[in-house]
Design a protein around this ligand. Structure first.
Ligand code: TRH
Length: 380
């Protein structure tokens, strides 16, 4: 019998949950759908444990959902390198691991899996080799993306069918488990996950004067202080509901990663951020608004512009203007109070567009399968 190819994924946590969240999905999909043997090396298990509570932060090696999760310590234990080595987001591999790769009779496939961007230059760099200056090793750049010629986006085979079968009964159960009532007709449901500097107060002010009742569901994270300030209370805890006119804000616990998908499916509008929740909101086929991760020298602005250009390309002009104004305002460039009503008036059309958008993405294939295909040496 042929031995299963072994993959090592290396992940350093720069900030927040996105790095761990992305790697955890990738590792699981490689095991579940491609039958591979996967080790995930993470330098901070406590972050991973927040989105996957079954992780034991005190164990340096553990098997979870058929992935071997390993704590990546500064003094890296010498280990036999895998057949395919994924260095995520340009994290630097341990020196002794690189030397061990060079010592192997057959070079492993070494891939630097980059951050997601819709900028055109990523197409020129996707799959480019980079030769090690001293060792006989080649590293390849692999770019996730939204268009043909990039690596695509993470998408498990089961995700879209699971979303379709998430019916009203599943939704009621989901809300019940969170201690919330079932959805009421005519109420707009919004999930909110964003960075601290997003204009939260402006959003809530716009919601307060809305014609329709609005319920905002907030998984507990650092923005709770801003929400508390808006309502003139301290930082609200999970379970608390705050109300002003037709607006209700419900603080819910920070969810397990798979449950977070269900939250996105259960809401009409999802405010998401970073990279991973941004991608999940697209597969949720709901209206979404992106709070981009702020970068030095404002380089995130170019990234935001590039995505907006692509995403709105096939929209009618008035919808495109509504989306660009709101997204820019949410990212610190404009007034939410002006942009919100124009955006909200396009809800039906925007919801329909979210289906068109994913149909545009599907032909690229999913990132994990594209990676597996690339990793087969004969393809390189
Ligand atoms: O946490 P983030 O801000 O991570 C960011 C981005 O990845 C960014 O690109 C990177 O450069 C920076 O970190 C260092 O946002 P993101 O990417 O959406 O990741 C959040 C993860 O948390 C995602 O996997 C979904 C998960 N999540 C839950 O599991 N439960 C929850 O309740 C919520 C709100 C999120």
């Amino acid at each position: 019998m042929l031995k299963k190819p072994r993959w090592d994924i290396f992940c350093t946590i720069i900030d927040n949950f996105g790095d761990a969240g992305f790697c955890w999905r990738l590792a699981r999909q490689l095991v579940n759908e491609h039958g591979l043997e996967v080790r995930l090396w993470v330098d901070d298990l406590s972050i991973l444990s927040q989105i996957e509570p079954a992780i034991n932060v005190d164990e340096d090696r553990q098997s979870l959902r058929a992935v071997e999760v390993c704590c990546w310590r500064k003094s890296f234990v010498s280990t036999q390198p895998a057949d395919v080595v994924i260095e995520t987001f340009a994290c630097t591999l341990p020196d002794n691991y690189i030397l061990a790769m060079a010592d192997l009779p057959q070079q492993p496939v070494w891939i630097n899996l980059e951050y997601l961007s819709a900028e055109n230059w990523t197409l020129d760099c996707h799959c480019l080799p980079s030769f090690h200056p001293h060792l006989s090793l080649t590293k390849y750049f692999f770019f996730p993306g939204f268009v043909e010629g990039t690596g695509g986006l993470l998408l498990e085979k089961s995700l879209l069918p699971a979303r379709v079968s998430f019916n009203n009964i599943s939704q009621d159960i989901f809300f019940q488990e969170l201690g919330l009532q079932s959805r009421r007709d005519g109420e707009l449901y919004i999930s909110l996950f964003c960075y601290d500097d997003a204009p939260i107060e402006e959003l809530l002010s716009a919601c307060v004067i809305s014609d329709v009742p609005i319920r905002v569901l907030v998984p507990q994270h650092s923005v709770n202080n801003a929400i508390g300030m808006f309502f003139g209370v301290g930082s609200p805890a999970a379970g608390q509901v705050l109300q002003s006119a037709k607006l209700k804000v419900c603080i819910i616990p920070f969810l397990e990663q798979d449950k977070y998908d269900q939250l996105l499916w259960a809401c009409d509008i999802n405010f998401v951020r970073g990279e991973d929740s941004f991608v999940r909101a697209q597969w949720a086929e709901r209206v979404f608004i992106w709070n981009i991760y702020p970068q030095a020298e404002q380089s995130h602005r170019l990234k935001l512009e590039a995505f907006l250009e692509l995403y709105t390309e096939r929209m009618p002009p008035e919808m495109s203007v509504a989306v660009c104004s709101l997204w820019n305002a949410w990212n610190g460039n404009g007034q939410m109070i002006n942009a919100w009503p124009i955006f909200a008036a396009q809800m039906t059309e925007l919801t329909e567009y979210s289906n068109k958008w994913i149909r545009q993405l599907l032909p690229i294939g999913d990132l994990t399968s594209n990676l597996v295909r690339f990793s087969r040496k004969d393809q390189i």
